[in-house]
Design a binder for this molecule. Structure first.
Ligand SMILES: Cc1ncc(COP(=O)(O)O)c(C=O)c1O
Length: 282
């Protein structure tokens, strides 16, 4: 079960995989990505990730990329790695060219990197005890709905969270509106109603977010898609995060204040249970 990389169609070990120092992803962050996980040897919600990759590429004006060929590459390297519970990282950049901001003419060959690594489960106490979060100002650009590799504000916010004994940072706008976490979407629960940010250009519309909204509907919960303010977040009965790698993660403290009873609440645990049943069948 080796961890593998594929760079422009060539499979290798992770240590042998390289891209050029003139790659526009490296120089400008001129690229987009996806993270897909597998459960029991099946790539989970692959079509949804591929649709979002197409959308991201279109936004950065790389609609000429052969996404079907990338999907084939994903299948090839995933099958070769033989890792049943894997994390598949896919990155597409505008390719290699001397450093000039404008797009190179003619367009270089896109650089396509796929890696397949182990995806061990998060420690169970994170789910049973919940996690702590820190709010941080949302200093990101105005189109965070596009899954670009420009993640410096996310990295800085996450680092500050870790330095404050928290596991995640929650981005809050200058107007005090709660957006999402540095690498996950955010939900809060008040009186059994589930509230999450609308899928507009101010958050990344998570594949897991959308899946959870379907599960919530199936479970009969009322859902409101709106941006809560920080006060509402702190007064919520429950808060939880969603993401491909976070899955459904209860949040029990924000900025050192307990959320609800300071324990994962029934709605979070119900959705986590439904999510786990779903992936168990994958
Ligand atoms: C900023 C941000 N929001 C939300 C998500 C969750 O998206 P998904 O459920 O598609 O993994 C991610 C995942 O990386 C993210 O980086």
């Amino acid at each position: 079960m080796p961890e593998l990389a594929m760079v422009n169609g060539v499979v290798s070990g992770l240590d042998e995989a390289f891209v050029s120092i003139d790659d526009r992803g490296f120089v400008f962050g001129d690229g987009v990505y996806e993270v897909i996980v597998s459960y029991h040897g099946n790539l989970f919600l692959l079509d949804e990730h591929v649709d979002r990759l197409r959308r991201s590429l279109k936004f950065i004006r790389m609609e000429y990329v052969d996404v079907d060929a990338i999907v084939q590459q994903i299948h090839t390297v995933f099958a070769a790695a033989e890792i049943p519970r894997a994390k598949v990282y896919v990155q597409v950049t505008r390719g290699v060219a001397p450093r000039n901001h404008q797009f190179p003419v003619p367009a270089p060959k896109p650089t396509v990197v796929v890696t397949v690594r182990d995806f061990p489960p998060l420690p169970e106490p994170l789910f049973t005890d919940g996690i702590s979060c820190l709010t941080r100002p949302d200093t990101r650009w105005g189109r965070v709905d596009i899954k670009t590799i420009n993640l410096l504000p996310n990295c800085l916010a996450k680092q500050e969270a870790i330095e404050n004994n928290c596991l995640e940072a929650i981005f809050v706008s200058a107007e005090g509106k709660v957006r999402e976490a540095s690498a996950a979407n955010l939900f809060l629960v008040k009186n059994e109603t589930i509230i999450t940010h609308p899928a507009n250009e101010l958050i990344l519309c998570g594949i897991t977010r959308n899946a959870l909204l379907e599960l919530a509907e199936r479970a009969g919960y009322a859902v409101e898609e709106r941006s809560p303010d920080v006060e509402e977040l702190l007064l919520a009965d429950e808060v939880f995060l969603s993401g491909t790698t976070a899955e459904v993660l209860p949040v029990v403290r924000v900025d050192d204040q307990p959320i609800g009873q300071g324990r994962p609440g029934p709605v979070s645990l119900k959705l986590l249970g439904m999510f786990r049943e779903w992936i168990a069948g994958k």
